[in-house]
Design a protein around this ligand. Structure first.
Ligand SMILES: Cc1cc2nc3c(=O)[nH]c(=O)nc-3n(C[C@H](O)[C@H](O)[C@H](O)COP(=O)(O)OP(=O)(O)OC[C@H]3O[C@@H](n4cnc5c(N)ncnc54)[C@H](O)[C@@H]3O)c2cc1C
Length: 388
Protein backbone atom coordinates (compact mmCIF):
# COMPACT_ATOMS: atom_id res chain seq x y z
CA UNK A 1 0.00 0.00 0.00
CA UNK A 2 1.40 3.44 -0.93
CA UNK A 3 2.19 5.64 2.05
CA UNK A 4 0.86 9.21 1.69
CA UNK A 5 3.23 12.17 1.95
CA UNK A 6 3.01 15.93 2.02
CA UNK A 7 2.31 17.91 -1.14
CA UNK A 8 5.50 17.21 -3.02
CA UNK A 9 7.11 19.14 -5.88
CA UNK A 10 9.61 16.33 -6.49
CA UNK A 11 7.34 13.41 -7.42
CA UNK A 12 9.12 12.85 -10.72
CA UNK A 13 12.56 12.74 -9.09
CA UNK A 14 11.28 10.26 -6.52
CA UNK A 15 9.88 8.00 -9.24
CA UNK A 16 13.12 8.07 -11.22
CA UNK A 17 15.29 7.45 -8.14
CA UNK A 18 13.03 4.55 -7.14
CA UNK A 19 13.47 3.02 -10.60
CA UNK A 20 17.26 3.29 -10.29
CA UNK A 21 17.16 1.76 -6.80
CA UNK A 22 15.14 -1.21 -8.06
CA UNK A 23 18.31 -2.26 -9.90
CA UNK A 24 20.05 -2.64 -6.51
CA UNK A 25 17.88 -5.03 -4.49
CA UNK A 26 18.47 -6.58 -1.06
CA UNK A 27 20.89 -9.23 -2.41
CA UNK A 28 23.20 -6.48 -3.66
CA UNK A 29 23.39 -4.75 -0.25
CA UNK A 30 23.60 -8.03 1.66
CA UNK A 31 26.67 -9.13 -0.30
CA UNK A 32 28.36 -5.76 0.26
CA UNK A 33 27.49 -5.93 3.93
CA UNK A 34 29.08 -9.37 4.29
CA UNK A 35 32.21 -8.27 2.45
CA UNK A 36 32.26 -4.79 3.99
CA UNK A 37 32.60 -3.52 0.43
CA UNK A 38 31.78 -0.14 -1.10
CA UNK A 39 28.68 0.13 -3.35
CA UNK A 40 30.72 1.31 -6.34
CA UNK A 41 28.13 0.39 -8.98
CA UNK A 42 25.28 2.05 -7.08
CA UNK A 43 27.25 5.26 -6.49
CA UNK A 44 28.32 5.32 -10.14
CA UNK A 45 24.69 4.95 -11.26
CA UNK A 46 23.58 7.81 -8.99
CA UNK A 47 26.43 9.99 -10.24
CA UNK A 48 25.76 9.25 -13.91
CA UNK A 49 22.07 10.06 -13.41
CA UNK A 50 23.15 13.43 -12.00
CA UNK A 51 21.67 12.91 -8.53
CA UNK A 52 24.88 13.54 -6.59
CA UNK A 53 25.36 16.85 -8.41
CA UNK A 54 21.73 17.85 -7.91
CA UNK A 55 22.51 20.73 -5.55
CA UNK A 56 25.49 22.13 -7.49
CA UNK A 57 24.45 25.26 -9.44
CA UNK A 58 24.08 24.87 -13.20
CA UNK A 59 26.93 27.31 -13.89
CA UNK A 60 29.27 24.79 -12.23
CA UNK A 61 27.85 21.79 -14.07
CA UNK A 62 25.21 20.61 -11.59
CA UNK A 63 21.43 20.50 -11.79
CA UNK A 64 20.94 23.59 -9.59
CA UNK A 65 18.09 22.02 -7.66
CA UNK A 66 16.94 23.18 -4.21
CA UNK A 67 17.76 21.36 -0.96
CA UNK A 68 14.30 19.75 -0.89
CA UNK A 69 15.21 17.92 -4.11
CA UNK A 70 18.34 16.55 -2.41
CA UNK A 71 16.16 15.46 0.51
CA UNK A 72 13.70 13.75 -1.87
CA UNK A 73 16.58 11.87 -3.53
CA UNK A 74 18.07 10.65 -0.23
CA UNK A 75 14.71 9.80 1.32
CA UNK A 76 13.75 7.72 -1.72
CA UNK A 77 17.07 5.85 -1.72
CA UNK A 78 16.44 4.80 1.89
CA UNK A 79 12.72 4.12 1.44
CA UNK A 80 13.64 1.74 -1.39
CA UNK A 81 15.93 -0.28 0.90
CA UNK A 82 19.21 1.16 -0.41
CA UNK A 83 21.68 3.26 1.58
CA UNK A 84 22.98 6.69 0.61
CA UNK A 85 25.63 6.81 3.35
CA UNK A 86 28.24 5.78 0.80
CA UNK A 87 27.86 9.05 -1.07
CA UNK A 88 25.51 11.52 0.67
CA UNK A 89 28.29 13.66 2.12
CA UNK A 90 29.21 15.33 -1.12
CA UNK A 91 25.75 16.88 -1.27
CA UNK A 92 26.46 18.88 1.87
CA UNK A 93 30.27 19.12 1.90
CA UNK A 94 30.37 20.81 -1.49
CA UNK A 95 28.25 23.59 0.07
CA UNK A 96 31.33 24.79 1.99
CA UNK A 97 33.24 25.27 -1.27
CA UNK A 98 30.18 26.83 -2.92
CA UNK A 99 29.49 29.31 -0.13
CA UNK A 100 33.00 30.13 1.06
CA UNK A 101 35.44 29.06 -1.68
CA UNK A 102 37.02 31.47 -4.15
CA UNK A 103 35.77 31.58 -7.74
CA UNK A 104 38.92 29.69 -8.79
CA UNK A 105 38.24 26.94 -6.25
CA UNK A 106 34.61 26.64 -7.36
CA UNK A 107 35.70 26.28 -11.01
CA UNK A 108 38.46 23.87 -10.00
CA UNK A 109 36.31 21.46 -7.98
CA UNK A 110 32.56 21.78 -8.53
CA UNK A 111 32.28 20.72 -12.20
CA UNK A 112 34.38 17.60 -11.49
CA UNK A 113 32.26 16.78 -8.45
CA UNK A 114 29.10 17.18 -10.55
CA UNK A 115 30.31 14.71 -13.20
CA UNK A 116 31.81 12.30 -10.69
CA UNK A 117 35.35 12.85 -12.02
CA UNK A 118 36.19 14.15 -8.54
CA UNK A 119 34.80 12.43 -5.47
CA UNK A 120 34.39 14.72 -2.46
CA UNK A 121 33.11 12.20 0.06
CA UNK A 122 35.44 12.59 3.04
CA UNK A 123 34.79 15.06 5.81
CA UNK A 124 37.51 15.19 8.47
CA UNK A 125 36.16 16.85 11.61
CA UNK A 126 35.91 14.35 14.50
CA UNK A 127 39.05 13.45 16.45
CA UNK A 128 39.59 10.73 19.05
CA UNK A 129 40.31 13.04 21.97
CA UNK A 130 37.84 15.85 21.26
CA UNK A 131 34.72 13.91 20.12
CA UNK A 132 31.68 16.16 20.03
CA UNK A 133 33.71 19.03 21.48
CA UNK A 134 34.89 20.05 18.01
CA UNK A 135 36.73 23.22 18.95
CA UNK A 136 39.11 21.13 21.13
CA UNK A 137 40.41 19.33 18.08
CA UNK A 138 44.20 19.06 17.91
CA UNK A 139 45.07 18.57 14.27
CA UNK A 140 47.25 21.57 13.45
CA UNK A 141 48.01 23.16 10.07
CA UNK A 142 51.09 25.43 10.21
CA UNK A 143 51.67 27.88 7.38
CA UNK A 144 55.13 27.54 5.89
CA UNK A 145 55.60 29.74 2.82
CA UNK A 146 53.17 28.68 0.10
CA UNK A 147 51.88 25.60 1.91
CA UNK A 148 50.59 24.30 5.23
CA UNK A 149 52.18 21.45 7.15
CA UNK A 150 49.49 19.34 8.82
CA UNK A 151 49.97 17.07 11.84
CA UNK A 152 47.32 15.24 13.82
CA UNK A 153 44.63 12.58 13.55
CA UNK A 154 40.99 12.22 12.55
CA UNK A 155 38.65 9.41 13.45
CA UNK A 156 35.40 8.17 11.94
CA UNK A 157 36.19 9.80 8.63
CA UNK A 158 33.72 7.94 6.45
CA UNK A 159 34.49 6.95 2.86
CA UNK A 160 38.11 8.26 2.91
CA UNK A 161 39.25 5.27 0.86
CA UNK A 162 36.63 6.06 -1.77
CA UNK A 163 37.16 9.76 -2.11
CA UNK A 164 39.59 11.94 -4.05
CA UNK A 165 39.14 15.02 -1.89
CA UNK A 166 38.63 15.61 1.81
CA UNK A 167 37.24 18.67 3.50
CA UNK A 168 39.49 19.02 6.54
CA UNK A 169 38.98 21.11 9.66
CA UNK A 170 42.24 21.89 11.45
CA UNK A 171 43.57 24.40 13.93
CA UNK A 172 45.73 27.14 12.44
CA UNK A 173 46.06 29.20 15.63
CA UNK A 174 46.39 27.45 18.96
CA UNK A 175 43.51 27.78 21.39
CA UNK A 176 45.47 29.80 23.94
CA UNK A 177 46.13 32.48 21.29
CA UNK A 178 42.50 33.11 20.27
CA UNK A 179 39.82 35.03 22.15
CA UNK A 180 37.06 32.54 21.40
CA UNK A 181 37.62 28.81 21.07
CA UNK A 182 35.60 28.85 17.84
CA UNK A 183 38.29 31.03 16.23
CA UNK A 184 41.61 29.84 14.83
CA UNK A 185 40.16 26.82 13.00
CA UNK A 186 40.41 26.59 9.21
CA UNK A 187 38.95 24.46 6.43
CA UNK A 188 41.01 22.98 3.62
CA UNK A 189 40.34 20.90 0.55
CA UNK A 190 42.91 18.11 0.74
CA UNK A 191 43.65 16.29 -2.51
CA UNK A 192 44.03 12.80 -1.09
CA UNK A 193 45.37 11.48 -4.39
CA UNK A 194 48.41 13.68 -3.73
CA UNK A 195 48.79 13.10 0.01
CA UNK A 196 48.08 9.37 0.40
CA UNK A 197 51.32 7.75 1.51
CA UNK A 198 52.96 11.19 1.63
CA UNK A 199 52.19 12.31 5.16
CA UNK A 200 48.68 10.83 5.19
CA UNK A 201 47.76 7.29 6.23
CA UNK A 202 44.23 5.87 6.16
CA UNK A 203 43.27 2.90 8.35
CA UNK A 204 39.82 1.29 8.10
CA UNK A 205 37.66 0.86 11.23
CA UNK A 206 35.34 -2.14 11.17
CA UNK A 207 31.92 -1.30 12.59
CA UNK A 208 28.60 -3.04 13.18
CA UNK A 209 27.42 -1.91 9.76
CA UNK A 210 29.04 -1.44 6.36
CA UNK A 211 29.97 2.23 6.56
CA UNK A 212 33.51 2.45 5.19
CA UNK A 213 34.72 4.16 8.35
CA UNK A 214 38.37 5.08 8.70
CA UNK A 215 40.85 6.90 10.85
CA UNK A 216 43.40 9.15 9.25
CA UNK A 217 46.87 10.12 10.47
CA UNK A 218 48.68 13.25 9.31
CA UNK A 219 52.43 13.33 9.69
CA UNK A 220 53.85 16.51 8.13
CA UNK A 221 51.27 16.36 5.35
CA UNK A 222 51.73 19.20 2.86
CA UNK A 223 48.63 21.10 1.72
CA UNK A 224 49.07 24.03 -0.70
CA UNK A 225 48.02 27.36 0.81
CA UNK A 226 45.75 27.74 -2.24
CA UNK A 227 43.61 24.91 -0.79
CA UNK A 228 42.52 26.97 2.21
CA UNK A 229 38.79 27.71 1.94
CA UNK A 230 37.84 31.30 2.70
CA UNK A 231 39.73 33.10 5.45
CA UNK A 232 42.18 31.45 7.81
CA UNK A 233 40.68 31.07 11.28
CA UNK A 234 37.03 31.18 10.11
CA UNK A 235 36.68 27.47 9.36
CA UNK A 236 34.46 26.53 12.29
CA UNK A 237 31.91 29.12 11.17
CA UNK A 238 31.98 27.69 7.63
CA UNK A 239 31.38 24.17 8.94
CA UNK A 240 28.49 25.37 11.13
CA UNK A 241 26.96 27.08 8.08
CA UNK A 242 26.64 23.71 6.40
CA UNK A 243 25.20 21.86 9.35
CA UNK A 244 21.55 22.73 8.87
CA UNK A 245 21.63 21.36 5.33
CA UNK A 246 23.45 18.25 6.56
CA UNK A 247 20.91 17.64 9.32
CA UNK A 248 17.93 18.08 7.02
CA UNK A 249 19.39 15.70 4.45
CA UNK A 250 20.21 13.05 7.06
CA UNK A 251 16.71 13.49 8.53
CA UNK A 252 15.30 12.78 5.06
CA UNK A 253 17.28 9.52 5.02
CA UNK A 254 15.82 8.60 8.41
CA UNK A 255 12.31 9.25 7.09
CA UNK A 256 13.13 6.98 4.16
CA UNK A 257 14.34 4.28 6.56
CA UNK A 258 11.15 4.64 8.63
CA UNK A 259 9.03 4.27 5.48
CA UNK A 260 10.93 1.12 4.49
CA UNK A 261 10.57 -0.50 7.94
CA UNK A 262 6.88 0.42 8.19
CA UNK A 263 6.05 -1.00 4.76
CA UNK A 264 8.07 -4.14 5.42
CA UNK A 265 6.40 -4.61 8.83
CA UNK A 266 2.84 -3.93 7.64
CA UNK A 267 3.26 -6.24 4.62
CA UNK A 268 4.58 -9.05 6.81
CA UNK A 269 1.89 -8.47 9.45
CA UNK A 270 -0.81 -8.90 6.81
CA UNK A 271 0.71 -12.08 5.39
CA UNK A 272 2.08 -14.01 8.35
CA UNK A 273 -0.59 -16.31 9.78
CA UNK A 274 -0.20 -17.62 13.35
CA UNK A 275 -3.04 -19.10 15.44
CA UNK A 276 -5.08 -19.21 12.26
CA UNK A 277 -5.11 -15.48 11.54
CA UNK A 278 -2.75 -12.76 10.31
CA UNK A 279 -0.51 -11.49 13.11
CA UNK A 280 -1.44 -7.96 11.95
CA UNK A 281 -4.91 -8.55 13.34
CA UNK A 282 -3.44 -8.30 16.84
CA UNK A 283 -3.28 -4.82 18.28
CA UNK A 284 0.01 -5.74 19.94
CA UNK A 285 1.46 -5.99 16.43
CA UNK A 286 -0.53 -3.15 14.81
CA UNK A 287 0.00 -0.45 17.36
CA UNK A 288 3.79 -0.14 17.36
CA UNK A 289 3.75 0.02 13.55
CA UNK A 290 0.95 2.61 13.54
CA UNK A 291 2.73 4.64 16.21
CA UNK A 292 6.01 4.62 14.26
CA UNK A 293 4.07 5.74 11.19
CA UNK A 294 2.56 8.68 13.11
CA UNK A 295 6.04 9.58 14.40
CA UNK A 296 7.45 9.45 10.88
CA UNK A 297 4.72 11.71 9.44
CA UNK A 298 5.23 14.24 12.26
CA UNK A 299 9.01 14.23 11.71
CA UNK A 300 8.37 14.74 8.01
CA UNK A 301 6.41 17.92 8.80
CA UNK A 302 9.32 19.28 10.83
CA UNK A 303 11.82 18.44 8.10
CA UNK A 304 9.60 20.10 5.48
CA UNK A 305 9.39 23.20 7.67
CA UNK A 306 13.20 23.26 7.86
CA UNK A 307 13.59 22.80 4.10
CA UNK A 308 11.10 25.59 3.41
CA UNK A 309 12.99 27.98 5.72
CA UNK A 310 16.33 27.00 4.19
CA UNK A 311 15.03 27.60 0.67
CA UNK A 312 13.61 30.97 1.74
CA UNK A 313 17.14 32.01 2.77
CA UNK A 314 16.41 31.78 6.50
CA UNK A 315 18.38 29.82 9.11
CA UNK A 316 16.44 26.71 10.14
CA UNK A 317 18.62 25.78 13.14
CA UNK A 318 15.66 24.78 15.29
CA UNK A 319 13.82 22.82 12.59
CA UNK A 320 16.96 21.14 11.24
CA UNK A 321 18.03 19.94 14.67
CA UNK A 322 14.58 18.85 15.81
CA UNK A 323 13.79 17.34 12.42
CA UNK A 324 16.96 15.24 12.57
CA UNK A 325 16.17 14.05 16.10
CA UNK A 326 12.49 13.28 15.43
CA UNK A 327 13.26 11.53 12.16
CA UNK A 328 16.04 9.43 13.75
CA UNK A 329 13.65 8.50 16.58
CA UNK A 330 10.88 7.61 14.10
CA UNK A 331 13.29 5.45 12.10
CA UNK A 332 14.43 3.67 15.26
CA UNK A 333 10.82 3.13 16.46
CA UNK A 334 9.95 1.74 13.03
CA UNK A 335 13.05 -0.50 13.05
CA UNK A 336 12.08 -1.87 16.46
CA UNK A 337 8.46 -2.49 15.37
CA UNK A 338 9.66 -4.15 12.17
CA UNK A 339 12.09 -6.57 13.81
CA UNK A 340 9.50 -7.46 16.47
CA UNK A 341 6.81 -8.03 13.85
CA UNK A 342 9.09 -10.42 12.00
CA UNK A 343 9.76 -12.49 15.12
CA UNK A 344 12.69 -14.85 14.54
CA UNK A 345 12.79 -14.07 10.83
CA UNK A 346 13.72 -10.47 11.64
CA UNK A 347 17.14 -11.81 12.60
CA UNK A 348 17.68 -13.72 9.36
CA UNK A 349 19.94 -11.87 6.92
CA UNK A 350 17.78 -12.65 3.89
CA UNK A 351 14.94 -10.41 5.13
CA UNK A 352 17.23 -7.34 5.19
CA UNK A 353 15.56 -6.18 8.43
CA UNK A 354 18.55 -6.87 10.68
CA UNK A 355 20.88 -5.04 8.27
CA UNK A 356 18.67 -1.96 8.06
CA UNK A 357 18.18 -2.19 11.85
CA UNK A 358 21.94 -1.92 12.36
CA UNK A 359 22.25 0.85 9.79
CA UNK A 360 19.52 3.09 11.17
CA UNK A 361 20.81 2.92 14.74
CA UNK A 362 23.71 5.14 13.72
CA UNK A 363 21.52 8.21 13.41
CA UNK A 364 21.02 8.45 17.16
CA UNK A 365 24.76 9.17 17.38
CA UNK A 366 26.03 10.61 14.08
CA UNK A 367 26.43 13.08 12.57
CA UNK A 368 25.20 14.64 15.81
CA UNK A 369 23.95 12.77 18.85
CA UNK A 370 20.47 13.17 20.30
CA UNK A 371 21.83 14.63 23.55
CA UNK A 372 23.57 17.43 21.73
CA UNK A 373 20.39 18.26 19.80
CA UNK A 374 18.43 18.44 23.05
CA UNK A 375 21.16 20.69 24.45
CA UNK A 376 20.82 22.92 21.39
CA UNK A 377 17.05 23.20 21.85
CA UNK A 378 17.36 23.83 25.59
CA UNK A 379 19.96 26.55 25.13
CA UNK A 380 19.26 28.22 21.79
CA UNK A 381 15.49 27.81 21.53
CA UNK A 382 14.37 27.80 25.16
CA UNK A 383 17.03 30.13 26.58
CA UNK A 384 18.23 27.85 29.37
CA UNK A 385 21.88 27.96 30.50
CA UNK A 386 24.44 26.08 28.45
CA UNK A 387 24.96 22.70 30.09
CA UNK A 388 28.52 22.02 28.94
C1 LIG B 1 29.77 5.32 11.50
C2 LIG B 1 30.19 6.71 11.82
C3 LIG B 1 30.48 7.59 10.78
C4 LIG B 1 30.93 8.89 11.07
N1 LIG B 1 31.34 9.69 10.04
C5 LIG B 1 32.01 10.84 10.33
C6 LIG B 1 32.65 11.59 9.30
O1 LIG B 1 32.57 11.26 8.11
N2 LIG B 1 33.34 12.70 9.64
C7 LIG B 1 33.46 13.11 10.94
O2 LIG B 1 34.11 14.12 11.18
N3 LIG B 1 32.85 12.43 11.94
C8 LIG B 1 32.15 11.29 11.67
N4 LIG B 1 31.57 10.57 12.68
C9 LIG B 1 31.73 11.01 14.05
C10 LIG B 1 30.44 11.42 14.71
O3 LIG B 1 30.05 12.69 14.24
C11 LIG B 1 30.70 11.36 16.21
O4 LIG B 1 30.79 9.98 16.55
C12 LIG B 1 29.64 12.00 16.99
O5 LIG B 1 29.65 13.38 16.73
C13 LIG B 1 29.87 11.77 18.49
O6 LIG B 1 31.20 12.00 18.84
P1 LIG B 1 32.00 10.88 19.69
O7 LIG B 1 31.83 9.59 19.02
O8 LIG B 1 33.40 11.32 19.93
O9 LIG B 1 31.22 10.84 21.06
P2 LIG B 1 31.52 11.68 22.37
O10 LIG B 1 31.63 13.14 22.04
O11 LIG B 1 32.63 11.04 23.09
O12 LIG B 1 30.17 11.45 23.14
C14 LIG B 1 29.83 10.17 23.69
C15 LIG B 1 28.40 10.23 24.22
O13 LIG B 1 28.33 11.26 25.24
C16 LIG B 1 27.32 12.17 24.91
N5 LIG B 1 27.75 13.53 25.31
C17 LIG B 1 28.94 14.13 25.07
N6 LIG B 1 28.94 15.37 25.55
C18 LIG B 1 27.71 15.57 26.12
C19 LIG B 1 27.07 16.66 26.79
N7 LIG B 1 27.70 17.82 26.97
N8 LIG B 1 25.80 16.51 27.21
C20 LIG B 1 25.15 15.32 27.04
N9 LIG B 1 25.70 14.26 26.43
C21 LIG B 1 26.96 14.38 25.97
C22 LIG B 1 27.12 12.09 23.42
O14 LIG B 1 25.80 12.46 23.09
C23 LIG B 1 27.39 10.61 23.14
O15 LIG B 1 26.22 9.87 23.30
C24 LIG B 1 31.04 9.30 12.41
C25 LIG B 1 30.71 8.43 13.46
C26 LIG B 1 30.29 7.15 13.17
C27 LIG B 1 30.00 6.21 14.31
Amino acid sequence: MDQPRLVDPHTEIREEVAKLCARYPGEYWRKLDQERAYPTAFVRALTEAGYLGALIPEEYGGAGLPLSAGAAILETIHAEGCNAAACHAQMYIMGTILRHGSEDQKRQYLPGIATGALRLQAFGVTEPTSGTDTTSLRTFARLDGDHYVVNGQKVWTSRAEHSDLMLLLARTTSRDKVEKRTEGLSTFVVDMRETLGKGMTITPIRTMMNHNSTQIFFDNMIVPAANLIGKEGRGFRYILDGMNAERLLIAAECIGDARWFIKKAADYARERVVFGRPIGQNQGIQFPIARAYAQMRAAELMVQAGLAKFEAGQTPGEEANMGKMLAADAAWAAAEACIQTHGGFGFAEEYDVERKFRETRLYQVAPISTNLILSYVAEHVLGMPRSY
